[in-house]
Design a protein around this ligand. Structure first.
Ligand SMILES: [Zn+2]
Ligand SMILES: [Zn+2]
Length: 366
C-alpha cells in the first residue's frame, strides 16, 4: 500500500510501497485512513529538521493528524466497531517504570522524553492507506463530522491548554471552570491552531481577539468575524495599539511560535493574567527582552506563563464535542479552514511546496 515516507539518512521524501499492517493483539483495530492533515511539524520533518524512523527502519511514514474508518476489529475491542469514524492520538508512553506520567496514561506529561509519537518519533504515522492501532488510542467521531474531523487533532492543542487553564484558575476562588464569560483572550496567530483555538475559547464564553501578522488575511478575517471574534492585523496595529484596543487581556493563547512577538505581548497582560505558549519557535538567535520589566510585572500582578504540548484522550473527547458545536454554530467557517485537499500521490506538493491557504490535507480514501 502507498505511504508518504521520509528517509532522514538519504535526505529523501517519497510516496513508497509500505507493507500492510496486520492486527496482532485482540485489542487492536484496523483503520482505513480517509484524510490526514498537514502541519508545520510535517513540513519540518520533510525538511529533515527532525523526525526519527522506528528502530530497524530506514524511513518514517509521516502524518499525525488523522481521520479514519474502522475496517476490522480484534476480538476484545469494545470501544469501536466496523464502519465507525475515528481519530487516533499521537503520543505513546515511554518504557521507564519510574515515569509516573506515562504509567498513569498521561504521556503528554512524560518526564523522560523517551516517548514515541506516530508520524514523528520512532513510530510510523498515518499518511498511508491502512493503520493498526490499539483501541485505547482511538477516539470515535460522530459521522456528522466526516468533513471536518481531520481538524480534531490540531484542536486538541487548545483543548489541553483550556483544561490546564481551568485547573490553574482554581487559584482564583471566584472562577467557575469552563465559564470564560467576562474574560478577554488574545489569540496570537491565525493559522489553523490559532483559528481552532479562537473557536474553542469562543465556545467557552470568552471575548476573543485574534492578532495576526499574516499579510494575506482576508479569508482568515472572514472566519474570525463569522465566529463573533475580533480580528486585528499587525499591519495596521502594532502590539501597543492592539493592546489598547482590546483593553484588559486576561489570557493570551500563543499559536505562532514567534518568541519576539510573544514577549512583546507579555508586557500587556492584565492582573492575574495567564499566557499560554503552544508554538515551537525555530532557533533564530537571541532577541532583546526587557526581563526586569517582565519579571516585575509578573510578580506584582500574579501572572503566569505556561507551555503545553500534546494531548490526552480527554482532550480528544473535548475536541470532538467542541467540533460538533463549531459545526452547529459556524458550519461554513469551520469548513473553510480546510483550503486544499490533495491525493496521496501529490502529497509532496503541499508538504514541500509553497502552497498557500490555511490548512492543506491529504485525501487518502473517499
Ligand atoms: Zn500537527
Ligand atoms: Zn514517560
Amino acid at each position: 500500500m502507498r505511504a508518504v515516507a521520509v528517509y532522514p539518512e538519504k535526505r529523501q521524501v517519497s510516496v513508497i510501497d509500505h507493507p500492510e499492517p496486520k492486527i496482532e493483539s485482540p485489542s487492536q483495530a484496523k483503520i482505513r485512513m480517509l484524510e490526514v492533515g498537514i502541519c508545520g511539524t510535517d513540513k519540518e520533518i520533510v525538511a529533515f529538521e527532525y523526525g526519527t524512523p522506528p528502530e530497524g527502519s530506514e524511513y518514517l511514514v509521516i502524518g499525525h493528524e488523522s481521520l479514519g474508518e474502522i475496517v476490522e476489529v480484534g476480538p476484545e475491542v469494545k470501544k469501536v466497531k466496523r464502519g465507525d469514524l475515528v481519530v487516533a492520538t499521537v503520543r505513546r508512553p515511554c518504557p521507564h517504570p519510574e515515569c509516573v506520567a506515562c504509567r498513569a496514561g498521561r504521556q503528554d506529561f512524560c518526564y523522560t522524553g523517551d516517548f514515541f509519537e506516530r508520524g514523528i518519533k520512532q513510530r510510523h504515522g498515518y499518511m498511508t492507506e491502512l493503520v493498526v492501532e490499539d483501541e485505547q488510542y482511538l477516539n470515535p467521531v460522530p459521522s456528522g463530522l466526516r468533513d471536518v474531523a481531520v481538524l480534531v487533532e490540531p484542536l486538541t492543542i487548545a483543548e489541553k491548554a483550556l483544561a490546564q487553564f481551568w485547573d490553574i484558575q482554581t487559584r482564583l476562588p471566584w472562577t467557575t471552570p469552563g465559564v470564560g464569560k467576562g474574560h478577554h483572550v488574545v489569540v496570537l496567530g491565525a493559522g489553523p491552531v490559532g483559528l481552532l483555538g479562537a473557536m474553542a475559547f469562543k465556545v467557552a464564553g470568552f471575548e476573543v481577539t485574534v492578532y495576526s501578522r499574516s499579510t494575506s488575511h482576508e479569508e482568515k478575517d472572514d472566519i474570525v468575524t463569522a465566529i463573533g471574534a475580533n480580528y486585528i492585523a499587525a499591519e495596521t496595529h502594532d502590539v501597543e495599539q492592539m493592546a489598547k484596543s482590546v483593553g484588559r487581556i486576561d489570557v493570551v493563547y500563543e499559536a505562532v511560535g514567534a518568541s519576539s512577538l510573544a514577549f512583546e505581548v507579555v508586557k500587556h497582560l492584565s492582573p492575574n493574567g495567564v499566557f499560554i505558549f503552544t508554538g515551537v519557535p525555530g532557533r533564530k538567535g537571541p532577541i532583546e527582552v526587557d526581563t526586569d520589566f517582565i519579571m516585575r510585572d509578573m510578580v506584582l500582578n500574579n501572572q503566569l506563563i505556561y507551555g503545553t504540548v500534546n494531548a490526552p484522550p480527554a482532550s480528544f473527547a473535548a475536541a470532538i464535542r467542541d467540533m460538533g458545536v463549531f459545526v452547529d454554530r459556524w458550519p461554513d467557517a469551520v469548513k473553510s479552514i480546510i483550503t486544499g485537499r490533495y491525493p496521496i500521490d501529490k502529497a509532496l506538493e503541499p508538504l514541500t511546496g509553497k502552497t498557500g491557504g490555511i490548512k492543506n490535507i491529504l485525501t487518502i480514501a473517499q
